[in-house]
Write a protein that binds this ligand. Structure first.
Ligand SMILES: Nc1ncnc2c1ncn2[C@@H]1O[C@H](COP(=O)(O)OP(=O)(O)OP(=O)(O)O)[C@@H](O)[C@H]1O
Ligand SMILES: [Mg+2]
Length: 369
């Protein structure tokens, strides 16, 4: 069989738990050497996908290949230890009675003792815990425990490392530095990794590619910039980054009329009614007594501020602006939108009543490339 450059290929994975369809036909390819995030809201099926890849759970149907080797298929179910995957669990799952070094050595196949010790020392150095091999897990901080779990997963040099919400147990102040550490360690180990998260900022900032999941399905797989600037569905647009959605009507092949004026679109407009995505950083606010909107609140963050606006028709919009405080609550303003916008076909009954429009096909973008 030809060697592909994918470390992992999942095809049409499906899994039901009694009446819950947890995973509903997932296709996912992870290129060798990449860091891929599986991003989606709680309960959308992320952990179930990861467990099927690890061999801890069987799918009802579908196939999984790891480096071109079929590990899951009808009649094929390789056990976890023969899949060449490393796993980092959300709670780290370290053995409390074993030292750090013995935890790390646990998954290593039988080797001469010297080689084994050398490999343990090597991965402990890689994760920056070279001096702590003798400690027990209870004698470590949360961030250190996580690095032990990572070292244990990396020690046998698996084809792919799977990480389930690897940063969710860390407090906010630690999370950023540990994220950076983990990314650096994975890069230095030149390993392929798939990590699960429900935090879009984490997915965008860490991953080479992000697979966005909802209700058991993958909506889009793309690099962070494509995902943000060309979301494939309204769900992706609203889940990844901040977005307000306005009703619009077609005014030309690449033009829509919206409550904030006539706007160019990134893709050709194929339906009369559309849902238009406006990112807060694309919304410009100018002083204008006749402007049609009012400032109703300002959240100041220092590096920027989020301005909440109410249009005269009652719609709420958000604008992100630099640190200068030149607006105040109650002020009348005008709104403009920078650059082309993403518009999704909206087959709802009334273009101005998006909340009541059915969410089915209307949420899908028909890209006319
Ligand atoms: N062993 C199980 N028995 C029954 N239902 C299950 C089981 N495992 C998962 N589910 C259900 O399958 C769905 C997907 O669960 P899963 O754990 O994969 O979600 P998730 O995306 O990892 O969520 P979270 O972000 O909260 O961890 C959920 O509705 C969940 O309740
Ligand atoms: Mg989960």
């Amino acid at each position: 069989m030809p060697q592909s450059d994918a470390a992992l290929v999942c095809h049409e994975l499906r899994r039901t738990f009694s009446t819950t369809l947890a995973v509903d036909g997932v296709d996912l390819t992870v290129p060798t050497g990449s860091l891929t995030a599986l991003l989606g809201p709680s309960g959308c099926g992320k952990t179930t996908v990861l467990r099927m890849i690890a061999g801890l759970l069987s799918p009802d149907s579908g196939t999984i290949r790891i480096h071109d080797r079929l590990v899951t298929a009808p009649g094929v179910a390789l056990p976890p230890e023969r899949r060449d995957v490393g796993m980092v669990f959300q709670d780290y799952a370290l053995f409390p009675h074993l030292s750090v070094a013995r935890n790390v050595g646990y998954g290593l196949p039988r080797r001469p003792r010297g080689a084994r010790r050398a490999r343990i020392a090597e991965v402990l150095d890689l994760v920056g815990l070279g001096d702590l091999g003798h400690r027990l897990p209870t004698e470590l901080s949360g961030g250190q425990q996580q690095r032990v779990a990572l070292a244990r997963a990396l020690a046998p040099s698996p084809a792919i490392v799977l990480l389930d919400e690897p940063f969710s147990n860390l407090d906010a102040s630690l999370r950023n530095t540990v994220r950076e550490d983990v990314r650096r360690i994975l890069r230095e180990a030149e390993t392929t990794a798939l990590f699960v998260t429900h935090d879009q900022e984490e997915a965008l900032s860490l991953a080479d590619q992000v697979a966005v999941m909802d209700a058991g399905r993958v909506h889009q797989i793309a690099d962070p910039q494509t995902l943000y600037t060309s979301p494939a569905s309204r769900f992706v647009a609203e889940f990844v980054g901040e977005a307000d959605v306005l009703p619009g009507t077609r005014a030309g092949r690449y033009l829509v009329d919206t409550p904030v004026g006539r706007l160019p679109t990134t893709e050709a407009v194929t339906t009369g009614n559309v849902a238009v995505v406006v990112r807060p950083e694309a919304l410009r606010v100018r002083h204008d007594d006749q402007g049609g909107a009012t400032v109703v609140g300002i959240a100041y963050f220092g590096h920027d501020q989020l301005v909440n606006l109410r249009m005269d028709d009652g719609r709420l919009l958000r604008a992100r602006r630099g640190p200068r405080l030149d607006l105040e609550r109650g002020q009348r303003v005008g709104l403009d939108v920078d650059g082309p916008v993403v518009a999704f076909p909206d087959h709802g009954p009334r273009s101005d009543d998006l909340e009541e429009a059915p969410a089915g096909d209307g949420a899908q973008l028909e890209l006319s490339a």
